[in-house]
Write a protein that binds this ligand. Structure first.
Ligand code: ZN
Length: 513
């Protein structure tokens, strides 16, 4: 009942009351029938009340609700290719976010006596606040969001503001529309006493104005702080191709929570300060990366969410590298390493609404997977071409981890499946067991192998050993290997440690099985 139709367009016509934290209105769901059907399923949080569901002939449709599912009887059988709309009129108080943006819902604050409000629903799904086909694989071709809010406040949403009109003495309506497909968890609104300003942007793709909406108290700070957005977009356009949504613009909107990649209207709530030790604001750098990774390139199943978060996290390191910042690429990657918990595989089971953003490995280990791939390919032209091709050739459909692995294999002419299997599908980090063996006064041996309990057979990740200031590349396997070197008076040896590899010194390597 969910795969039988493909959503084309959502038209949200909503009134949002910040005082009572409530919502009411009608959502049109326009869709194409993919396989003949008499019924469709939508989703809406069970605490929200449905007043009526109708079709485009103004007929009322029967429906039943089971938890958040709404099963709608379309009154007749529709054949493949039919295009029709259903209209859901509803109201209620959506859940309040417990820990936005991760534990989502409405986020309601006050600023100088004015409401300051938004919504976050990446993990929970958009059905916590409006009725839709709540599945990541089905993006509408575009969306219109009309928000009626108390007069005197401003509402920002995705796309372009196409109309703003006074409804009565108390209310004003803001109508926004996108020109592109949008992830449903990215469809959003912000309500506040906003001030708007623009900053110029220029790259090889053209010139644009970037838009910013902030609270009055932060206007001056923001004008300075958001200058870095132009650098961020420029670096990403170089790496991943043109910013995907110029017709909708690039907006950064002050939000009552830290951040979220809401397409063309990014949520920003990080205090207008760069991070300690860093020369940039990671919320800007991370969320802007999502315009390519997550918003343009979107997974078919949330089990593959590392493609959104791991790529966005790795993009932070690439931004730092391209800008030549002192806390460089290596520092960022080394930082990722400390957030890898290795409790669960990065990629979860598909087809069961699996989502795991709790332990953070989709961010940090996802990023380290891309770093390890770069390190193993050992050819930046090939590696960056893979990222560029993934960003520019795969945007029309949703993607899976296999799509990326197949692209890597095709572009390199080699089989990298085992590297991905190790980092994405196995829980444990690869473990190198090693020992140093006395051979003679003048000669020593370094013995090593993967611990096959933690590591795939034939997992090939090059590592580097420094002996007497000489860099020696070695590739471990599940069999013991050794490298011999001459000892001199300044003899020292260590293994380079930026990879996600556990190094275990085992004096009795032969028993380490
Ligand atoms: Zn993210």
């Amino acid at each position: 009942m969910r795969s039988c139709f493909d959503v084309r367009f959502y038209d949200l016509d909503l009134e949002i009351k910040p005082k009572s934290k409530s919502i009411s209105g009608t959502v049109e769901i326009k869709f194409e029938v993919v396989t003949p059907t008499k019924r469709i399923q939508l989703e809406l949080a069970s605490e929200l009340v449905i007043h009526k569901i109708g079709d485009d002939h103004n007929r009322e449709l029967n429906f039943v609700r089971r938890s958040k599912a709404i099963i709608i009887d379309l009154n007749e059988m529709y054949e493949s290719g039919a295009i029709l709309s259903v209209f859901v009129t509803y109201s209620g108080k959506p859940q309040i976010a417990k820990n936005p943006p991760w534990k989502g819902g409405f986020v309601c604050k006050n600023s100088n006596g004015n409401p300051f409000m938004g919504v976050a629903c990446e993990d929970d799904g958009a059905s916590i606040w409006w009725p839709l086909k709540d599945h990541i694989s089905d993006k509408p071709d575009s969306v219109r969001i009309a928000c009626t809010i108390p007069k005197g406040l401003f509402c920002v949403s995705n796309g372009k503001l196409i109309e703003q009109k006074i409804i009565n003495d108390d209310c004003e309506k803001f109508i926004w529309q996108t020109s592109y497909p949008v992830n449903t968890y990215n469809i959003t609104f912000y309500i506040g006493d906003y001030r708007h300003f623009q900053l110029p942007y220029k790259s090889k793709y053209g010139e644009h104005q970037l838009d910013f909406y902030v609270l009055p108290k932060n206007l001056e700070k923001a004008k300075n702080h958001f200058k870095q957005c132009a650098d961020v977009i420029r670096v990403y356009e170089e790496l991943f191709g043109e910013y995907p949504w110029w017709k909708d613009g690039y907006k950064m909107v002050e939000s009552p929570f830290a951040g979220m990649e809401h397409q063309s209207a990014i949520a920003y709530g990080n205090g207008f300060k760069n991070n300690k030790w860093l020369q940039f604001d990671y919320i800007i750098v991370h969320e802007t990366a999502h315009e390519w990774w997550g918003n343009k390139i979107t997974v078919c199943d949330m089990a593959d969410l590392w493609i959104h978060e791991g790529f966005a996290t790795y993009s932070e390191a690439l931004f730092v590298e391209k800008m030549g910042y002192s806390y460089g690429y290596g520092g960022m990657i080394y930082g990722n390493r400390f957030y890898c918990k290795n409790k669960m595989p990065v990629v979860g089971p598909s087809g069961v609404s699996y989502i795991n953003s709790d332990d953070g490995d989709i961010y940090s280990k996802g990023s380290m997977t891309l770093h390890s791939l770069r390190y193993t390919i050992d050819n930046d032209t090939i590696f960056f071409n893979i990222l560029y091709r993934f960003a520019t050739e795969y945007g029309d459909n949703c993607v899976t981890t296999s799509d990326f692995v197949n692209l890597v294999n095709e572009a390199t002419g080699e089989d990298y499946s085992r590297l991905f299997n190790q980092f994405l599908y196995r829980r444990e980090a690869p473990e190198l067991v090693y020992r140093f063996k006395y051979i003679s006064e003048k000669e020593s041996a370094f013995m090593f192998k993967w611990n096959d309990k933690n590591t795939n057979d034939d997992f090939k990740l090059p590592l580097y050993l420094y002996a007497n200031n000489e860099k020696i590349k070695f590739v471990a396997s599940n069999k013991i290997q050794e490298i011999r070197f001459q000892k001199n008076s300044k003899f020292s040896v260590f293994i380079e440690g930026k990879q996600l590899v556990i190094l275990t010194l085992n004096p009795d390597l032969k028993s380490a099985r």
